[in-house]
Design a binder for this molecule. Structure first.
Ligand SMILES: Cc1cc2nc3c(=O)[nH]c(=O)nc-3n(C[C@H](O)[C@H](O)[C@H](O)COP(=O)(O)OP(=O)(O)OC[C@H]3O[C@@H](n4cnc5c(N)ncnc54)[C@H](O)[C@@H]3O)c2cc1C
Length: 416
């Protein structure tokens, strides 16, 4: 069933009786050509592009819970291509281009809104760093505008320009940055993959990976064994646990990241704003809630909920930047598990086990990467060669020293 304005109007006038479930609920078959473990954004987009770009449809996605209930449906939805370093720059640029055509591609309203992202800076040194980043973005073919203090005031008059501790010197505007509706992205890819013959198997936890003679042969699941020639581990925050089933020890730590949303308010914030002197970023959802987040909880954990000290820290940063936020009532907060890599950049690579692939290390930036990650992992799995824009996302870079340390914070998972 194709979606269109006409369809919505027709269903509205005829009692909404014509809608059908958007994907099938198949039982797992004993064998597939290709298995993708993990029904989050990255797993679903990988399955879609395997079918769409490479004609592979004997594919199943194995998801231990429901589709889209992991971090893909828990993030603060910021989509951007404002990376500095070679490796990241071309990858996220490719991803943003895919975002820009995603709704047509999937025939699904993912509510991609390019409302502009502004990264604030608060010192001369920070201005230099953002000017450099902006130049790198423009060189990559993306967009960046350096705003001075008055330029920021014009766009964001409600910020606290009077405070002297963290004075606002200006901001780097990325006009094509913005947000999307997170769970719609998962549903859109799921529907499109299903339509191309991919089996999406929910409530099917992978409990073991079968390896014989150094080659992957399939997996053990809570719904029985499934044989396969190729298997991809695409489980984000659970990457270390699932990779351990294949005897792999990953350079990944799992940490909780929290998000917050206020009651619905009339439109008041029409950009995405990122504070330069504290970890705080905010946008307003289409329902009116102010959606914001901050730093990781610094201890490693698999709990999808956070603790109060970080809540307080995020609220402090918010109040410092825009005191008006103190009048909004917080409605909900939640947490998600982040797969933190030592250099803050991801891994899309083969593993030492033949036929076993890995896609992880998304830190807290993996939502915007969903289209390109699936595109590039599908390319690697189908052709055996890394896609040019993801060629640096190698697993062995931590041994060879070819790290992509975007944040410049070294090997400290909790700082990325
Ligand atoms: C609070 C918060 C804010 C964030 N904000 C942003 C943002 O603004 N912008 C941005 O780009 N990114 C953001 N992120 C990061 C982004 O959401 C993640 O990097 C990304 O969603 C991770 O990839 P995924 O969607 O595939 O993960 P998930 O949705 O977590 O998918 C992984 C799936 O694997 C499944 N799984 C795990 N183990 C097994 C198993 N053994 N068998 C079968 N299935 C299994 C899980 O159930 C899960 O559904 C944020 C994350 C959080 C939590």
């Amino acid at each position: 069933m194709r979606y269109s304005g006409f369809r919505v109007a027709w269903e509205g006038l005829t009692g909404n009786g014509g809608w059908r479930p958007v994907w099938r609920d198949p039982a797992p078959k004993p064998a597939y050509d290709t298995l993708v473990i993990g029904g989050g954004g990255h797993g679903l987009s990988t399955a879609y592009y395997l079918a769409r770009n490479h004609g592979l449809s004997d594919v199943a996605v194995l998801e231990k819970g429901g589709l889209g209930l992991g971090s893909v449906g828990r993030n603060t939805t910021i989509v951007r291509a404002n990376y500095l370093l070679p490796g990241n720059s071309e990858f996220y640029s490719h991803s943003l281009k895919l975002w820009e055509g995603l709704e047509r591609e999937l025939n699904f309203n993912v509510m991609h809104s390019q409302r502009g992202l502004i990264n604030l800076f608060h010192s001369d040194g920070q201005r230099d760093a953002f000017a450099r980043r902006g130049n790198a973005m423009v060189n990559q073919g993306d967009d960046a505008v350096l705003l001075d203090r008055e330029g920021v005031r014009e766009l964001l008059p409600y910020l606290d320009f009077g405070q002297t501790r963290f004075p606002i010197y200006g901001g780097l505007l990325h006009p094509r940055g913005g947000t999307a509706r997170h769970d719609a992205v998962a549903w859109g890819y799921a529907r499109a993959a299903d339509a191309r013959g991919v089996d999406l198997i929910q409530n099917c936890e992978v409990t073991g990976i079968d390896i014989e003679g150094g080659r992957v042969r399939g997996v053990q699941t809570t719904r029985g064994p499934i044989r396969a020639r190729r298997v991809a581990i695409v489980v984000a925050g659970r990457s270390s646990q699932v990779a351990a089933m294949a005897g792999l020890r990953l350079p990944i730590e799992s940490h909780v990241l929290q998000a917050f949303v206020t009651e619905g308010l009339k439109p008041c914030i029409d950009h995405v704003i990122s504070f330069g002197m504290g970890h705080f970023y905010i946008s307003q959802s289409d329902k009116g809630g102010l959606v914001f987040g901050g730093d990781l909880d610094f201890y490693a954990s698999y709990a999808a909920r956070g603790n109060l000290p970080m809540v307080e820290h995020v609220m402090e940063a918010g109040m410092t930047l825009m005191p008006m936020i103190g009048r909004a009532r917080l409605l909900r907060s939640w947490g998600g598990i982040m797969d933190m890599s030592p250099d803050g950049s991801p891994i899309i690579d083969k593993t030492p086990v033949e036929g076993l692939f890995l896609d992880c290390g998304w830190n807290y930036g993996g939502f915007k990467a969903v289209p390109a990650s699936g595109w590039c992992l599908a390319h690697l799995m189908a052709t055996g060669e890394p896609h040019p824009v993801a060629a640096r996302y190698r697993l062995d870079r931590f041994a060879t020293g070819h790290v992509i340390d975007e944040e410049g914070t070294g090997s400290q998972h909790n700082l990325h």
